[in-house]
Design a protein around this ligand. Structure first.
Ligand code: ADE
Length: 241
């Protein structure tokens, strides 16, 4: 496989969607290998406890280091990058999706409750690269939905996973801008016409129009993205938009 993925969670069935649709096809075709593990397989006690009260007090529970330590010892290897989804992580971006697509082995550690004992991350980082990653500024119940997001964003970049490879290159963010609108037939639908320029057959004009639409959309919806564009990526015409 181009990429091996292991996920450790207390809700293995939550990851079932990984085997559906686009990713399911990639798994069947041997492009990616996905293994989902139940964290409770590494518990030590009859109650199969994975969490305990936080030192220092406060609400919620913290996931126990011994259980996670044993699980990661078994699942991680020499080639692993460990990814721990948490709202306290660095923001996941398209650039990180590209970097993950170039890895050999990703292990995702899904925390629930108030998180995983920090020493688990500290200990793992002595042996392998570890990323604590957030998929956005909102709080989920656990890392599982974030793993679905990160794996989908990563896997679609692998050669052969998407039907049409150019579609990944033309995405929002590939040029640092949001994608503009798209249209298909019919030409008029509920009195709404497709923009005339797209039917002109003038490809220089169409490219220019699409660029303008992307710029306008980015200015209105995500102005902060414009500050992050590489030097010289806006031309004279762009600056007039
Ligand atoms: N776990 C809970 N909330 C999360 C978020 N926003 N991103 C990643 N993992 C999470």
């Amino acid at each position: 496989p181009l990429l091996r993925i292991d996920v450790v969670t207390i809700f293995p069935e939550y990851l079932d969607p990984l085997r559906a649709a686009l990713l399911g096809r990639a798994i069947e075709r041997g492009l990616i290998e996905v293994n989902v593990h139940d964290l409770r397989d590494w518990t030590h006690d009859v109650h199969r406890a994975v969490d305990d009260a936080p030192y220092g007090g406060g609400p919620g529970m913290v996931m126990k280091p011994q259980v996670w330590g044993d699980a990661l010892d078994d699942v991680c290897d020499e080639a692993t990058r460990l990814v721990v989804p948490t709202p306290a992580g660095r923001p996941f971006t398209q650039d990180m999706a590209h970097a993950y697509a170039a890895e050999e082995h990703l292990v995702f550690a899904c925390g629930r409750y108030e998180g995983i004992d920090q020493r688990v991350i500290e200990d793992a980082a002595r042996r392998m690269p570890v990323d604590e990653v957030s998929i956005g500024d909102y709080v989920l119940v656990g890392g599982e939905a974030a793993v679905l997001v990160i794996v989908e964003a990563t896997a679609r970049l692998l050669p052969g996973v998407l039907g049409n490879p150019v579609s990944a290159e033309q995405d929002s963010f590939s040029d640092g801008l949001l994608e503009g609108p798209s249209y298909t037939r019919p030409e008029v639908w509920r009195d709404l016409a497709v923009p005339e320029v797209l039917r002109s057959g003038n490809h220089a004009l169409i490219d220019r129009w699409r660029r303008d639409q992307a710029l306008q959309r980015t200015v209105r919806r995500r102005p902060e993205l414009l500050d992050r564009l590489p030097e010289g990526s806006l031309d004279h015409h762009d600056l007039a938009v």
